[in-house]
Design a protein around this ligand. Sequence first.
Ligand code: NAD
Ligand code: UGA
Length: 457
Amino acid sequence: MSNKTIFCIGAGYVGGPTMAMIAHKCPDYKVIVGDIDDARIQAWQSGQPPIYEPGLAELTRSSIGRNLFFTTDIAKGIRDADIIFVCINTPTKSFGMGAGRASDLQYWEKTAREILEHATTDKIVVEKSTLPVRTAEAMERILRSRGGKVRFEVLSNPEFLAEGTAVHDLEMPDRVLIGGHETEQGQAAVRELAKIYSRWIPQERILTTNVWSSELSKLAANAFLAQRISSINSLSALCEETEADINEIARAIGMDQRIGAKFLKAGVGFGGSCFKKDILNMVYLCEFYGLQEVADYWAHVVEINDYQVDRFVRNLLVHLFNTVADKRIAVLGFAFKADTGDTRESPAIRVCRKLVEERARLVISDPQALENARRDLADVADRIEFEPDPYVATQDAHAIALLTDWAEYRHLDYERIFKGMVQPAFVFDGRNLLDHHKLYEIGFNVYPTGKAPMSHL
Ligand code: NAD
Ligand code: UGA
């Protein structure tokens, strides 16, 4: 039994679900989640999380009011806590040195100062946000700057959950990583944190390292994952020229156990709040340490991703007889992946902006992300329709651009859709989600990613 109190600063995609899982698995810990965003806190408190994530509402409701609480009172949260998780967002710097690549650490530093200001008893501070390697050192310097009686032990405990599967990933993670100092207090703090996870995660999956390896492992994991996508996407361009099929290639190489089958799905490019941000952050770090060749190597992963998005738009334009001006294009899917309403860095944003530039009439459909889509495209929204019903969205359209792999799009009645569209009708499948042969038989001109086109023209 524990009578410890956990306070989490940041109730977003990571803080909220992670704390809901800890509260669920550890009913004897009191778990409080704080955020400066009042609307977010109210949504969590009501048992209706402010983010869409399968299974999350049920998970939250299982502990809310029992040992899971949400608050905007950050000072009290800090004061009362034994363990403080910091899960705030760590965006890319938009100004000054390292603009567009380095991590903007101003909010991080403010949080460290806030912890220092309000803490009156010893704390374990857990860095859960993704941060540049050696950030914990800066945090420690701030926390120790007053030289007072309160002791802080800083741990790195990066999060590896993916959106859309967050609840599953938190319940059954491949590993939990805890980085701590090799001092006696450092190791005691590592044991204290490991104790929480060991309530539901087998010991052999709880990995402990030094703080710096832990911080850099997170950036490295995202860089490797994104690199696989850019690798397969780069080959998808070659497939389209040679009649090789990217799915067949992914299968053939993925069966080699050294390569592995996952994360080899070609598509319109990766999105999400982290891949690009974390790679660029690593690129900046490499440059900072004078490792230009290493920086260039990783920067290319992001460049290939932009190239893939632009290639999708170019293909669409070329096959629609080099003009989309005044043509109705139905965009199916705006979220950066299925099973989330999150649109941060979604390839759909870049695709839609480019199509608006070409004066297409866009109608965007998505089961969860329409509100975010409206916000992301606010400056051009007068030229776009937002339509939850895919049948209405595709009515009178010249072409469909499928940009998110929502399973429900696979099961639409495409005969009905075809009849409602302007002929010749086109499908550009940016996720290779659909049954291309069937669509072709119905009469569509089909343009998959990384496969030969199937055209009646
Ligand atoms: P988010 O934007 O969804 O949530 C961050 C929250 O922190 C926001 O609600 C914001 O209001 C709050 N916040 C910011 N400053 C604050 C302060 N000073 N006091 C209190 N609250 C504050 O971000 P996220 O997606 O949860 O990401 C958080 C971190 O986790 C990032 O470093 C990210 O790279 C990392 N990460 C994210 C994911 C993911 O799937 N989204 C997965 C793994 C790691
Ligand atoms: C990713 C990582 O998978 C998580 O481990 C990590 O914790 C998280 O980033 C983070 O640090 O934020 P996430 O971005 O939520 O998770 O989702 P992914 O499943 O990784 O998908 C990212 C993007 O890559 C999506 O746009 C997806 O459609 C695309 N993708 C993924 C492909 O194009 N092909 C694939 O084979 C896999």
